[in-house]
Design a protein around this ligand. Sequence first.
Ligand code: HEM
Length: 417
Amino acid sequence: MAKERSSLSLRYSARSLRDGFSERGPSKSASRPFDLRSSLLRVFGVIQRKKVVILRDNPRLCGAVLAASDTKGAMIERLLAQPAWRPSYSIESEDGARWKQLATDAKTVMARLHWRERLPPIIARRFRDIESKQQVRAGRLVDAELFAKLVGSIMFELVFDFPMSTEDEALFYSASLEWRKQIAVKAEGDGRIKQAFWSRLTVLVEASEFKDGLTTYASDPAAWLSVFAQPFLISPMINVGDIFAAAFEFLRKDAQQLERAKGWARDGDRPRIEGVLLEAIRLRHPFPILERELSRDLDAEGHKIAAGTHVFMTLDDFDQDQTFDPERWLAPAKENPYHAIPFAAGPRMCIGKPIALELMAQLMTGFLLSESLDSFQPSVGHLFSGRDNDGKESIAESVYQVRVFAKAMWRSMRIRS
Ligand code: HEM
């Protein structure tokens, strides 16, 4: 669930029971405190009579699981992410015929965008706009809100082929916050704001070169509108901010690392700039949990997992090398155990990866070279991260989470029967 995404963010315990497979030998679960989230995931399994495996390490095994299945199953994506995304379908969360249709259409839209030629000049122009505004309003930070609007306006122009108005920027940004709040299981998103976004999106698509899909899907326009809403517009406004907040946290923690990154930006060293982004994703993944239901037996990395098992990969609680080392991504995929972690692998891997990397590498280079780098603060005002829940949990949020999980349990029982 794109944390946009698939975000089950209930984290009552920083450390968790280790009851999946471990790279490092015997389970340490006995020394760890009770983890409510793992227990809930297991309860879903019991109710649905499915074997559950939780992987908290072993990135190669995670890669093998991701590559082996095209099915998300009937747990987090279905019980939590799908309802949170309504009225949009989420390509990342759907299964079966609807997933195939949405994924095929998203690929067709990507091909029609000619993004390789069109995206770089759009980013360059929008970046210059932001920089000149910075000079006029000296001291104004590029905070999480301004950054999300920058990303949204770039993706908007790529899709609709004209610059985004300030009214649309404000509406799309508010809608992204309402979705991210609900996907991060913090509170119910405001339905009126989501609906206002949806109505505006309908008008935009009707007036665009993509209006043909509304005729094809006349009986269910959401099947077409969702192809734009989630992967191209709302999700990037959420994910890219998460990644930049993390990347700059790592870079600013270590002055030498920041200087090295500036040097890579000056030299146009794209592989190392991408390495900065991939390390930020690996260590602070915007998708807290990936999941797959296995449709066939898997024998990989010395482990056997039976067909029908539901596998959760808890990337927000992953036992891995914590060193921020962008150059590890220069190694060929075979030699990099983490290669499947940032964008997944197999039939459900991110189809927007090349767009996302182009967008993020160009923005990262721009900010690193900017004279106003100090005012680039993407973690200021960064809200509702599904990854760490902003490090906060109010009583109202906890009550909301209990309600959401109770409802999910109830739906789970109905799935079994
Ligand atoms: C910005 C950074 C992005 C990151 C870190 C990211 C990451 C991911 C990951 C990890 C998945 C797999 C989820 C899973 O296995 O459960 C995924 C799926 C997906 N991504 Fe991305 N993504 C990004 C941007 C984009 C963009 C810009 C687009 C489209 C333009 C996009 C389109 C998709 C789609 C359509 C899927 C679902 C594929 C399927 O289930 O068939 N992503 N993404």
